[in-house]
Design a protein around this ligand. Sequence first.
Ligand code: F3S
Length: 429
Amino acid sequence: MVALTDAEKAMLDGESGAATQKAMELLIRYADALGAERFVETNNVAGVPGSAPQWVKDYYKADGGDYRAVFSRFDLDSDEVVDVPRMNAFSCHLQGGMDPMLWQEQGMTEDAHANFVSDEAEVAAHGIQILKTCTPYLAGNVPVMGEHCAWMESSAVVFANSVIGARTNCEGRESTSAAMLAKRIPDWGFHTDDFRKGQHSVDVRVPVDSIFEWGMLGYFVGDAVQDTIPVISGNISEASLIRHKHFGAAAASSGGVEMYHMVGITPEAPSVEQAFGGAARGDVFIYDQAARKRIYETLNSVGTSEDVDFVMLGCPHASIEQIAQVAALIDGRKVHVNSALWVFTSRAVKATADANGYTKILRDAGAYLMTDTCSAISQAVPKGTRVAAMDSAKQTHYLPAMMGIEGWYGTTAECIDAACTGKWKGKLA
Ligand code: F3S
């Protein structure tokens, strides 16, 4: 049984209101299922609190079919509907279901949009920050090293643990919504020192020096180590936020990697010894030319037609640096009449892209800069899409399988070229 502090007992007794009481009840069930002995306090929570498509609201029609009903019955798993106050923790909303302006281009209905607007008003009224992104760390929520967080979204979790050294498990909707009220999360998993030690080694023997290469290495690593912690060393260079973003998202897709160590690069791995922290060293996986070629072929195994009718960029959501790069690549060109180009980012980053003129450059070329969501999350692609091209191993992993379409993986430049010519000409150098 998880031990409770006096403050936690008071929340459980209802002294902070019925919703926080329900949140504590849920978190205690969760902690006991995990075998956690205590809670840690958190003031950094990222989830999708109370947001729901209309069919979920309809499911709770007998309870009122509104935000309050969904938050109580779905998020808090409560057997009764309770009043939901403003959140107590610093709380952020991750990606949502549609672009607030370009929802019609994404094929959303007026009813779905009206539901989106109503949900967003409720989220804001409950004190939750409308970041609407899978990259909260690019939109105003950057935790610090050692900070206990409760985050959903696998690509954000692996970034927080590995690159920043913050501490979070890959939480779910219920635990994050409860944590927003109770400011607690079980002291288990990545919150503890022992859990963060490396388990397997990855020896990189080919140069990994671009987003494209970091994405493929991430896909290899996830496939190799699944949900364990790799210690990666060797020929990796030019680390940057974007490269880590693509690496981690890929590793969390082909496997379930929630934390990785890169020796001499990530903060908890100044050396191989420190990355393993005295733990047993498991297998050694070698990333060489043969492995690189195999990963490239795997990612491109669902592409046969060279006629690309959709290019999707911004998975995880594009940084301003990536949008600037896309704008430079497409400036003066036009998206082909048989193709489409959608680039996804957060609202915060788009505001900068607007100010810099990048949004206009994309629009003049016939492309869209979209926010809040992505093609995989919203299952939104241009009507009639049969063949997509992407520069993200994660999106390539999910989108073709989800939408029943073909897919190509390549560099950002190859993708822009495909959007402007309607033809896929990517190849492995
Ligand atoms: Fe983000 Fe969608 Fe990729 S939510 S991580 S852009 S699958």
